[in-house]
Design a protein around this ligand. Structure first.
Ligand SMILES: Nc1nc2c(c(=O)[nH]1)N[C@H]1C(S)=C(S)[C@@H](COP(=O)(O)OP(=O)(O)OC[C@H]3O[C@@H](n4cnc5c(=O)[nH]c(N)nc54)[C@H](O)[C@@H]3O)O[C@H]1N2
Ligand SMILES: Nc1nc2c(c(=O)[nH]1)N[C@H]1C(S)=C(S)[C@@H](COP(=O)(O)OP(=O)(O)OC[C@H]3O[C@@H](n4cnc5c(=O)[nH]c(N)nc54)[C@H](O)[C@@H]3O)O[C@H]1N2
Ligand code: SF4
Ligand SMILES: [Mo]
Length: 821
């Protein structure tokens, strides 16, 4: 029986159903889908001319037939105010996914708000203001007037440091070029806010400073490189679960075509198992370094490659810098950058020493070097792709570790060439277009610490929930609750006051140490419980939205349904906030400052797109993107010819490296010497606590569960976050499958559900991050890597039992991740 309560049959999509291009808004891969809508009182028929796909549906259809769709791909939603049927199903013609869905994307439709079928009733419909001791629904004008008045009390043309801002910098699920521009123009154009942070890290900075400083943008290849390569090296990433259709539709075909695979992950993931199945176990090398020791491993691989003479000397001579030290190490540069020879001297480490540090056998280090760089028997260069993600980005010594991987790629001439690339696999899609953030400086302010220590008067939050996803979260939440409660109490005491009296009261509480919190989101989040004003945004599909994927493929999602209630696109919320700030400042007589908030007369998201992205990329318009369909165009767009946007399949094909902004176009090598656990407090935490609390994602869950928590399919599987643990460790702790445990250390505590996993190494657990019912970040200490890069992955704590398995947990399966294939 098809899973979906109360659903036993689905309507046939009629021939005249409206069709919209959709890029799945969840992960970086950006799979192509089509959304079909048609009036509620109709459905198609079995005759070929009565259904959208022109097939005879009176004959038996199979699961991959074009006309087929699953219950999860169906909903009833509002469109132009009317109830319509909605089907969102994978697009067989999209080169990204070739018709594949995933357990997340194929549920896009059921995760829309429906007043008919009752899904996602948690979606916000109205602005909410804290009044009379609770949140009251109100109009945009009322809510934004309050936000503007309180904000205006604490900003001025030459000092905007009391306004703190948390904002997405991505595309897809929140963000996109329209919305990063809307927020960017407000905070970095009209204002010069410097105390800000990005959704996933406690500062406004890069995840991969070193790669960029070396000249190499982090998304430099094309997905087809996986089928053109000899070796796929996957580092600190779990693409079967996290970049699913990139893995299935590009990596697996690469393996079937003969590519070898090197995987670097302390944990045996389902990706490892799936690679063994696709490539044959003899073609898969899984290196399991001790947590946080990747740098020593990569340096040993490069040392071996260099000593064997497997370098691409022509490439090094032509495309990389020859000065030993071109950029000296400093507070802004956590390692010197310069020539290959000098970098090699700095990083040189023997396989024996690296084996000692990493726990990876010497023979495996040598084998990895061979698989990455040993030329073919005929002397031809070996092609290899390196794909990395959060296992090292949120790992130890981010700058040097990422730099060491880019060193390897450059040294072997594997960047900018077919079958090459040293790339982030990615998280969300990208969609960044903002005025310069240069005023923030480097290192950027450590936002969370400033806020915990009483900094900031007003906090605007756009599409992130630090309560579930930041580090040092126990302390963050305590400080945040205390400070926002001070303002709530002041607001409660001001009942019956005029607007001016209310703002006076709020200002008084803030000056006494309080914090005024404004939360722009699609649901009422955990941090939103502390907010004073909550503003409802629409999601992708409820607005037109552009973003690019992990191979820089830019597409337009065409609006296919209405947003709930009064909800608006983020870019228009930013614009209306700017309008209100202009008005309030003018009323205050601060006319010169008010004038900085003009230029926001946008009525639609397309207006924001034209004001922002299009002004820098004049070839790109909605109409042209619509015409490019779900295959879009790979950025950067370099022209428009014969009705087609012309893009760039691969960066640096000319051997000229530009991401660092240097005119000479030469790439730099990183002096990425190993130096132990770099973030303050990590070595001590490791010494004091028994268990590694490795953490990350699962296939089923999307991010902080903002939609999952209201989806029975997901909640049936995981009612609370799991903690994978070795069965012998569990026996020693006296816990079994489904039991609730407390994970605790001197930085905080959280809870999770025990899941015995025989492949888990002793004393090394893995916890699902970001769940509403167990924030892993509670036990992460405050210490960050250089340049304020959080080190979520290296966390140690102790574990104790709290409770027996709940009835919900008892219903769940505790089958090993190591499935029989
Ligand atoms: N299903 C699903 N997919 C997603 C997301 C989601 O929430 N759910 N989120 C998206 C987002 S925003 C992101 S950023 C990406 C993240 O994508 P990934 O980075 O692939 O996912 P993670 O699970 O965070 O971490 C990957 C691996 O890092 C390993 N790791 C931990 N410590 C170390 C270490 O010291 N060295 C090495 N080499 N590896 C280590 C972990 O064991 C884990 O298997 O996923 C995206 N895709
Ligand atoms: N321990 C640990 N912590 C981590 C990580 C880890 O691996 N381990 N990974 C980090 C990473 S890579 C990431 S990306 C972060 C994720 O951390 P967050 O960014 O906090 O998590 P998300 O679930 O992406 O948050 C999205 C929020 O935006 C809202 N939203 C969705 N669409 C829209 C929209 O269109 N408009 C608006 N205004 N709101 C919208 C959702 O309701 C949700 O509240 O977590 C980071 N924290
Ligand atoms: S792989 Fe990513 S983009 Fe593709 S359907 Fe799944 S979640 Fe969406
Ligand atoms: Mo992310």
């Amino acid at each position: 029986m098809a899973y979906k309560r109360f659903t036993d049959r689905l309507p046939i999509i009629p021939a005249d159903a409206e069709e919209h291009n959709v890029t799945c808004h969840y992960c970086i891969v950006g799979c192509g889908y089509k959304a079909y809508t048609w009036p509620l009182n109709r459905q198609g028929g079995t005759a070929p001319n009565h259904n959208k796909f022109g097939v005879d549906l009176s004959e038996q259809q199979y699961q991959d037939a074009e006309a087929w769709y699953s219950p999860s791909m169906y909903n009833v939603v509002k469109k132009d105010g009317e109830d319509v049927h909605l089907v969102i199903k994978p697009d067989g013609d999209c080169v990204v996914n070739s018709g594949l869905g995933s357990i997340r994307g194929a549920r896009m439709a059921e995760n829309r708000r429906s007043d008919v079928l009752g899904t996602q009733q948690q979606r916000l419909t109205d602005p909410l203001v804290w009044r009379y001791g609770t949140w009251q629904p109100t109009s945009w004008d009322d809510a934004l007037d309050l936000v503007a008045r309180v904000t205006a009390r604490f900003i001025d043309a030459d000092d905007e440091d009391q306004l703190y801002v948390s904002m997405f910098d991505h595309g897809g699920s929140a963000g996109g070029y329209e919305n990063t521009w809307g927020t960017g123009k407000l905070y970095f154009g009209s204002m010069k806010v410097k105390n800000c942070r990005i959704h996933n890290r406690p500062a406004y900075n890069s995840e991969v400073h070193s790669s960029r400083d070396m000249g190499v943008a982090e998304l430099n290849y094309a997905y087809e490189d996986y089928t053109l390569t000899d070796t796929i090296m996957i580092v600190g990433a779990n693409p079967l679960e996290c970049q699913t259709n990139l893995f299935l539709n590009h990596m697996v075909p690469g393996m079937r075509g003969g590519a070898k695979v090197v995987i670097v992950d302390p944990r045996r993931t389902v990706t490892v198992r799936a690679c063994e199945e696709a490539a044959g176990a003899e073609n898969v090398l899984h290196l399991q370094p001790n947590s946080g020791t990747d740098l020593a491993l990569f340096n040993a691989i490069l040392t071996h490659v260099a000593d064997q003479g497997w370098l691409d000397s022509d490439f090094i001579a032509a495309s990389t810098i020859q000065n030993a030290v071109e950029v000296a190490q400093s507070e802004a540069y956590p390692a010197a950058l310069g020539s290959f020879e000098a970098a090699l001297d700095a990083i040189r480490i023997s396989t024996a020493e690296a084996a000692e540090i990493t726990g990876v056998p010497e023979a495996d280090i040598v084998k990895a070097a061979e698989w990455y760089a040993q030329p073919h028997d005929d002397g031809a260069r070996r092609k290899a792709v390196i794909a990395y993600e959060k296992g090292i980005i949120w790992g130890n010594d981010n700058y040097r570790t990422v730099g060491a991987l880019v060193n390897l790629g450059l040294a072997c001439g594997n960047i900018g060439r077919e079958g090459g690339g040293v790339c982030r696999l990615g998280g969300h899609q990208e969609g960044y277009y903002r005025p310069s953030e240069a005023h923030i400086g480097r290192p950027a302010p450590y936002f969370d610490q400033l806020l915990i220590n009483g900094g900031g008067a007003v906090h605007h939050i756009w599409a992130c929930d630090h309560y579930k996803t930041t580090l040092n979260a126990s302390r963050f939440k305590r400080a945040y609750n205390r400070r926002t409660n001070m303002v709530k109490e002041a607001m409660d005491n001001a009942i019956g006051a005029t607007r001016t009296e209310l703002v006076d009261a709020i200002e008084g509480a803030i000056r006494a140490g309080g914090l005024f919190s404004v939360n722009v989101d699609i649901i009422h989040t955990q941090i939103g419980q502390a907010a004073h004003v909550v503003l409802p945004a629409v999601e992708s599909g409820e607005m037109n939205l552009t973003s690019m994927n992990g191979e820089r493929r830019l597409r337009l999602v065409e609006k296919y349904m209405d947003g709930p209630g009064q909800a608006m696109p983020d870019c228009l919320i930013a614009a209306r906030l700017a309008n209100h700030l202009e008005r309030v400042l003018t009323e205050d007589g601060r006319t010169a400052y008010a004038a900085q908030f003009t230029g926001y007369d946008w009525e639609t998201e397309e207006d924001a797109f034209m004001d922002g992205y299009n002004s820098g990329n004049p070839e790109v318009t909605y109409d042209r993107l619509r015409a490019m369909g779900n295959n879009g165009v790979q950025e950067p767009v370099i022209g428009y010819e014969e009705g087609q946007l012309v893009g760039t399949p691969r960066l640096y094909a000319d051997g000229v490296f530009t991401r660092h902004g240097r005119e000479d176009g030469k790439a730099l090598f990183c002096h990425a010497a190993w130096r132990g656990l770099q973030a303050p407090g990590k070595a001590q935490q490791k010494a004091n606590h028994r268990f590694l609390i490795n953490n990350g994602r699962s296939n089923l869950n999307w991010q902080n569960w903002f939609l999952d928590q209201d989806n029975d399919f997901v909640m049936d599987r995981w009612s609370v976050p799991f903690l994978q643990i070795n069965p012998e460790d569990a026996a020693e702790l006296g816990v079994g499958n489904g039991d609730l445990v407390e994970v605790f250390n001197t930085d905080g505590a959280t809870q999770a559900m025990v899941y015995l996993e025989p492949t888990a190494r002793r004393n090394e657990t893995f916890m699902l991050f970001g769940a509403p019912s167990g924030t892993q970040g509670n036990v992460i200490n405050a210490g960050t890597n250089a340049l304020i890069l959080p080190n979520y992955k290296q966390t140690w704590a102790d574990i104790r039992k709290i409770a027996d398995a709940s009835p919900a947990a008892r219903r769940q399966s505790f089958k090993s991740w190591e499935v029989e294939l």
